[in-house]
Design a protein around this ligand. Structure first.
Ligand SMILES: NC(=O)c1ccc[n+]([C@@H]2O[C@H](COP(=O)([O-])OP(=O)(O)OC[C@H]3O[C@@H](n4cnc5c(N)ncnc54)[C@H](OP(=O)(O)O)[C@@H]3O)[C@@H](O)[C@H]2O)c1
Ligand SMILES: [Zn+2]
Length: 375
């Protein structure tokens, strides 16, 4: 289930287009920004584009700087990141630059597309994903089978739209170029249709010659049992809060954050906060909210440790408090060990009441760090 960190990278015109409708590729970035893109490419394990971009632009997708390639090799990586493309049809030009430059290549496709691509003699590791292309399976395969931890996605709009819409993008690096395309038939970065959640978080803005780079992170939690990229960010914050707890030999250090469906942080808490020697993280966070707050019913509780099912210090365990608050989704990093109570099954209590509980094991080590002396 762990996915790579997914970084979407694109440049758009002031009127939001990725390209014009002429056969030549429209240059949106400035030279210094192309160099920045080269630096980002050098920092990832793989670069992905859709088959549409290969057809339209015939890109090479290389790390152009010899120094950056040498630094990768010195760090034990191949000089070029893996190049990845997706195609449903498998209708690809075997002569395209994509296949004949740089290092290893992988094509994710459908069963039918794989047959077509093999018949065409496409020079890549062809991975059929069944009758349809599933992005979660693709990311899982990249992570588990090809060792990809950081993935840069360089378009086009069809690919960016799906990854953002499905909550699979960890970051968007958007460059705004000072020109107008003005052609309604030109391709847009993000297509029409529903996007989950509300505002993205602006994490950086940088002027690069005459373009502006904006970096955004999605904040909206998922709505069900499947993790989205924003879940990782919020759980990481819960783990950070756990590190701020006053130390204890008799209780865990835990952090918790409650986040509304649109990505608004509603409350946070940590163990033993504000001089209360027994308060738990989820309890402390919930206490800051009005029980009647309608946003709780669609909120997600992030807790570095699974909510407790039994405790001696207070009558109600955190799993009960979460149920009473009407919360339907919990994301945690770590199941409670038998240190203080046996069969501490907070997850069981919550799931029996219909709550979706996700355990993101990739955050487990971080959640355990302030509790090393207890396990
Ligand atoms: N300004 C920029 O930063 C930038 C960056 C990249 C691209 N672009 C521009 O974007 C345009 C291309 O964008 P695009 O949206 O047409 O193409 P795209 O996103 O690069 O690729 C779309 C293709 O990918 C495959 N695909 C994607 N999702 C799929 C799914 N769920 N199931 C099966 N197949 C899937 C399909 O291939 P098959 O058709 O083979 O089935 C689909 O036609 C070009 O004009 C290019 O210049 C601009
Ligand atoms: Zn508790």
């Amino acid at each position: 289930m762990p996915y790579p960190y997914v970084l979407l990278s694109a440049a758009v015109s002031l009127d939001g287009f990725l390209d014009d409708t002429t056969p030549e590729r429209l240059l949106l970035s400035s030279p210094a920004d192309f160099d920045r893109v080269d630096e980002v490419r050098a920092s990832v394990d793989a670069i992905l584009v859709g088959a549409g971009t290969i057809r339209a632009d015939n890109p090479r997708l290389l790390v152009n700087s010899p120094e950056r390639r040498a630094a990768r090799v010195a760090a034990g990586q191949p000089p070029y990141p893996l190049k990845v493309t997706v195609s449903g049809s498998g209708e690809l030009d075997p002569q395209a630059n994509f296949w004949h430059t740089g290092g290893a290549k992988a094509l994710y496709t459908t069963d039918e597309g794989a047959e077509r691509a093999r018949a065409l003699g496409i020079a890549a590791d062809v991975v059929p994903l069944g009758p349809r292309l599933d992005w979660r399976r693709l990311l899982e395969h990249l992570h588990d089978e090809l060792g990809v931890r950081r993935l840069m996605v360089e378009g086009g709009g069809t690919v960016h739209t799906q990854l953002l819409r499905q909550g699979l993008a960890d970051e968007l690096q958007l460059v705004l170029a000072p020109l107008l395309v003005g052609d309604p038939d030109a391709p847009r970065l993000f297509g029409p249709g529903g996007y989950q959640g509300g505002r993205l978080r602006l994490v950086e803005t940088r002027r690069i010659e005459d373009v502006v780079l904006n970096r955004y992170e999605p904040t909206a939690p998922g709505a069900g049992p499947l993790p989205v990229a924003a879940d990782r960010h919020w759980l990481a914050l819960a783990c950070e809060l756990a590190e701020r707890c006053p130390p204890s030999k008799t209780a865990f250090s835990v952090g918790a954050v409650i986040v509304a469906a649109d990505g608004t942080e509603l409350a946070r808490g940590h163990s033993r906060e504000a001089g209360d020697p027994v308060v738990h993280a989820e309890e402390a966070a919930l206490a800051k909210l009005d029980r009647a707050d309608p946003r709780l019913r669609t909120a997600t509780v992030y807790s570095s440790l699974e909510p407790c099912a039994r405790r001696s210090s207070r009558p109600a365990p955190c799993a009960r408090l979460i149920l009473d608050a009407g919360v339907r989704r919990v994301v945690t990093a770590w199941r409670e060990p038998d240190t203080f109570v046996t069969e501490a099954d907070g997850t069981g209590l919550l799931t029996a009441a219909g709550v979706d509980v996700l355990v993101l094991a990739e955050c487990e080590e971080r959640a355990k760090a302030p509790n090393r002396h207890l396990v």
